[in-house]
Design a binder for this molecule. Structure first.
Ligand code: GLY
Length: 260
């Protein structure tokens, strides 16, 4: 039957990736690459990783269950060879390389690359960044990353919980009113980031699928989670919903440390 190639259906064989996912962002000038903190994103819309895929319903950093040397392994096995190969091919890459990875029982696997920051991991990662982001971006743009100090990070953990509009990731209900503290966008240990909001006169309303992010840092994941969820409790936003289990398993020490 295979002789009739035109009738044959293509078969794609994929490797099942059984380990936890990790996002690692690296900023590069095309030669040198500087890692940010590894983070984990929650892609499914519902608690317990149920329901359809989304752009991300929450994230946390760093990863208390990460194996020793995780960042170094990702840099030497994935990020640096990728950057070197792109330069060798005459298509050097400078900017932000986002490696989406799975730590499987057979080792580290690349799920995807993006040439941008990732949402919502970025909000958690940048809330722990103490040194100016502009310094490292400027060094990447001017080919001087090897001459600057590595980024400095705050102690502790950061969590972001996304507030999405009813209906998301299908057609979101827009125009729902949002009121409460922290909506001015000011930075701080607990803050709200705006993604899908707009002003209708003086009233803040939802205007997209993922609407707000409640970002908090704390001494550990439990503290950061509690602060992020407390910020959500203070909101009056009847048409928004969120996952209640962002970083819960990691905070409870329930994620076994995979080997590298
Ligand atoms: N967090 C997934 C993405 O930004 O693609």
């Amino acid at each position: 039957a295979l002789a009739h190639a035109a009738d044959a259906l293509p078969v794609v064989i994929e490797e099942y990736l059984d380990g936890p996912e990790v996002s690692l962002f690296a900023i590069t000038d095309g030669v040198t690459a500087v890692p940010l903190l590894p983070a984990q994103d929650f892609k499914r819309v519902g608690d317990g990783d149920t329901g359809p895929n989304t752009g991300g319903m929450g994230a946390y950093t760093p990863l208390p269950w990460a194996p020793e040397g995780l960042t170094e392994a990702i840099m030497t096995r994935v990020v640096e060879p990728t950057i070197a190969e792109m330069a060798r091919r005459g298509t050097p890459f400078s900017g932000l390389l986002y490696a989406g990875l799975a730590l499987t029982s057979r080792g580290l696997r690349v799920v995807e690359f993006n040439a941008r920051f990732g949402d919502p991991e970025t909000q958690a990662v940048l809330s722990l960044l103490e040194s100016p982001l502009g310094e490292v971006l400027y060094a990447a743009a001017t080919g001087t990353l090897d001459a600057i100090e590595p980024p400095r990070w705050r102690e502790g953990s950061a969590v972001i919980v996304v507030l999405a509009a009813d209906g998301y990731p299908g057609t979101p209900h827009t125009g729902g009113t949002i009121a409460g503290p922290l909506l001015d966008g000011a930075d701080g240990p607990v803050h709200l980031t705006h993604a899908g909001t707009r002003l209708d006169g003086d009233t803040l309303v939802s205007s997209g699928g993922r609407v707000l992010g409640a970002v908090a840092r704390g001494a550990d994941l439990n503290e950061a989670r509690a602060a992020a969820y407390a910020a959500i409790d203070d909101l009056d936003a009847p048409t928004l919903f969120h996952r209640t289990d962002i970083a819960a398993r990691a905070a409870a020490g329930q994620i076994p440390t995979p080997s590298l």
